[in-house]
Design a protein around this ligand. Sequence first.
Ligand SMILES: CC(C)(COP(=O)(O)OP(=O)(O)OC[C@H]1O[C@@H](n2cnc3c(N)ncnc32)[C@H](O)[C@@H]1OP(=O)(O)O)[C@@H](O)C(=O)NCCC(=O)NCCS
Length: 167
Amino acid sequence: MAQWHNGPMPNVSVRPMTDEEFEKFRSHTITEYAAVNVEHGHWSQEDSQQKSIEAIDKLLPSGLKTENTLLLTALNESGDSIGYLWVGLQRSSNPADGAWIYDIELYEEFRGKGYGRSLLAEAERLTKSHGVNKLGLNVFGSNKVARHLYESAGYQITSQQMSKELL
Ligand SMILES: CC(C)(COP(=O)(O)OP(=O)(O)OC[C@H]1O[C@@H](n2cnc3c(N)ncnc32)[C@H](O)[C@@H]1OP(=O)(O)O)[C@@H](O)C(=O)NCCC(=O)NCCS
C-alpha cells in the first residue's frame, strides 16, 4: 500500500502521448473497462472484450487525433512517466455539459504521493485554457481514494446510483 501524501503538492507536467504510449493505453483501458463492467454485472464475460473495444473506439474514432480530446502522458519532476490523463473537451453536443475526464490514472508505484491531486489540477487548468469552464467525471462508489480526491477538490455529485445485495 502506498504511503499517504501530506506535503506540498508535487509538480506534474503533461505532454501528448506518443503512438506507442497510446497503443498501450488503449489496450489497458479496453481490458480495464471490460473487467469493470463484468464486475458490476453490466456485461457478460464472453462479450465484454468486444463491447469494450466498441465503446472505446466510439469515443476515440481517430485515436490520438480524435477531435476535442486530450490524451496526455503525465511526468514527475524527474521526467519519469507516472501515468496518464484522458479528457474529452466536449462531452456532448450541448456545450453546457462541459468537458469530461474519461480517465485519470497513475501507475501503481506513483500513487498516494500527491501526484493525483496535481494531475487533476492540471486537467482543470488545461480544460479552462481551452475555454471550457465545467469538468465532470464518473467514479465508482467503491473507489474511496478517487472519491475523496474529487470531493476535496470541489467536485459535486450530479447523479448517483445505489444498490443493495438482497440476501
Ligand atoms: C485515483 C488516483 C488518480 C489518485 O491519485 P493519487 O496520486 O494516488 O492520490 P494523491 O496522492 O494525490 O491523494 C489524493 C487524496 O487521496 C488520499 N489518499 C491517497 N491514497 C490513499 C489511500 N490508499 N487510502 C486513503 N486515502 C488515500 C490522499 O491522502 C489525498 O487526500 P488528502 O490530500 O486529503 O490527504 C490514483 O490513486 C489512481 O491512479 N488510482 C487508480 C485509477 C483510478 O482509480 N482512477 C480514477 C478513476 S475515477
